[in-house]
Design a protein around this ligand. Structure first.
Ligand SMILES: Nc1nc2c(c(=O)[nH]1)N[C@H]1C(S)=C(S)[C@@H](COP(=O)(O)O)O[C@H]1N2
Ligand SMILES: [Mo]
Length: 379
């Protein structure tokens, strides 16, 4: 099998400074300017979920160490009974949350900027932001309490329109301006639908980098909605705004609305479980593996091309993943001879959305959904 990586050699992972707590094994993760990207070859032969040691990390600043004994979840705002203020909030401690009815869900989390690198590499469109390949995505088993349960305990009223969770990580300062704590409003409809306040990931206590003691998990939406290290939740009878839904995480530029189009759900993507520039043997059947996913719901079909022509053919879908957070697939390819080849995969989701040749350009490089050209060398 071509998809191997030197996991045993990663005995001394580089330090990411204070930004990330977990070890960053170079065979599993690529460090990117305070963040860590999953290596796709580290998913070869793995099950449906991404093991926590290789789950991507996206931090605006750094992972805080929260003391769970003094930590409280504080809810306030005009959408709650008696409109409690921030200083006089409705409080729950860790044990309170764990005593509420628990739910477990397998959900995908993906940064809005995932695939940004390919705007530059394939479409000559340079954008600021973390230059992610396709590895700012992961699927985990999350356990926690529904946000709706907590909101009802806190005295939710019919007047509530927006819910804004706020992280306890350091204030985000950019261009000399302090934008405060990372926070982004959710409409009440989504907040009451399928959003989880998670305290476990893959069967363990939520790790420091992924939001201990509790984080939001907002299925289908851009990753920034899934606020980590939640300390406060504002519940408001009027619309809420933060830099994360006004300045960032909007589609800006030609072809987009003045003021930018708000980003909510993710688009369709596909990735091979192979290193970039993988080496494959000539003249023998190779089993190509990959995964496809969409913020709209399950994947219906996947096609693979191994040549420069349009030799698209159906990939075989892993039955076990049907209707799941993402879809594993395989395709057999016999590389005809030595040289450089380009692998491509494209998927269609349950709504009929597919992957175009070119993703819609936007100034900040979000929601790339184009077909990625994955180079391999055959020898
Ligand atoms: N408090 C807080 N929450 C946050 C962030 C952050 O920097 N601070 N980053 C967001 C972004 S942009 C993404 S993509 C996801 C990443 O989650 P992960 O690091 O667990 O993979 O967390 C989101 N939640
Ligand atoms: Mo993100």
């Amino acid at each position: 099998m071509p998809a191997s990586f030197p996991s045993g050699e990663a005995s001394d992972p580089p330090s990411a400074g204070a930004a990330i707590v977990k070890p960053l094994h170079p065979g599993l993760l690529t460090y990117r300017d305070g963040n860590a990207e999953m290596r796709w070859e580290a998913m070869a032969g793995q099950g449906h979920v991404v093991p926590t040691d290789r789950f991507f990390v996206r931090n605006h600043t750094s992972s805080p160490q929260v003391d769970v004994d003094t930590w409280r979840l504080r809810l306030f705002g005009t959408g709650l009974r008696n409109s409690p203020t921030r200083d006089d909030a409705v409080e729950f401690d860790y044990d309170d949350l764990r005593a509420m009815p628990a739910e477990e869900t397998t959900a995908l989390l993906e940064c809005a900027g995932n695939g940004r690198l390919h705007f530059a590499s394939q479409q000559a469109h340079e954008t600021p932001g973390v230059a992610w390949g396709l590895g700012a995505v992961g699927v985990a088993r999350w356990r926690g309490v529904r946000l709706s349960t907590v909101l009802h305990h806190a005295g939710l009223t019919d007047a509530a329109v927006d819910v804004q969770p706020e992280g306890l990580d350091p204030d985000y300062v950019t261009g000399g301006v302090n934008l405060g704590r990372v926070r982004r409003p959710l409409p009440i409809g989504k907040a009451l639908d399928d959003v989880l306040l998670a305290y476990e990931m893959n069967g363990r206590t939520l790790p420091a980098d992924h939001g201990f003691p509790v984080r939001l998990v907002v299925p289908g939406w851009v990753g920034v909605a899934s606020i980590k290290w939640v300390g406060f939740v504002e519940v408001s009878a009027t619309a809420l705004f933060s830099p994360w839904n006004t300045l960032f995480y909007r589609m800006f530029g030609p072809g987009h609305p003045a003021g930018g189009g708000l980003l909510t759900t993710q688009t369709v993507k596909s990735a091979f479980e192979l290193p970039w520039n993988a080496r494959l043997p000539a003249g023998v059947d190779v089993l190509l593996r990959g995964r496809s996913w969409s913020g709209n719901g399950p994947i219906r079909s996947v096609e693979v091309s191994t040549g420069d022509r349009d030799d698209w053919r159906p990939a075989t879908l892993e039955r076990h993943d049907e209707g799941g957070a993402w879809q594993r697939w395989t395709a057999v390819w016999r590389p005809p001879g030595p040289g450089r080849w380009t692998l491509r995969a494209r998927a269609t989701d349950v709504t009929g959305a597919g992957q175009p040749e070119h993703a819609r350009p936007n100034d900040l490089g979000y929601v790339f959904d184009g077909i990625v050209r994955h180079p391999v060398t055959v020898d």
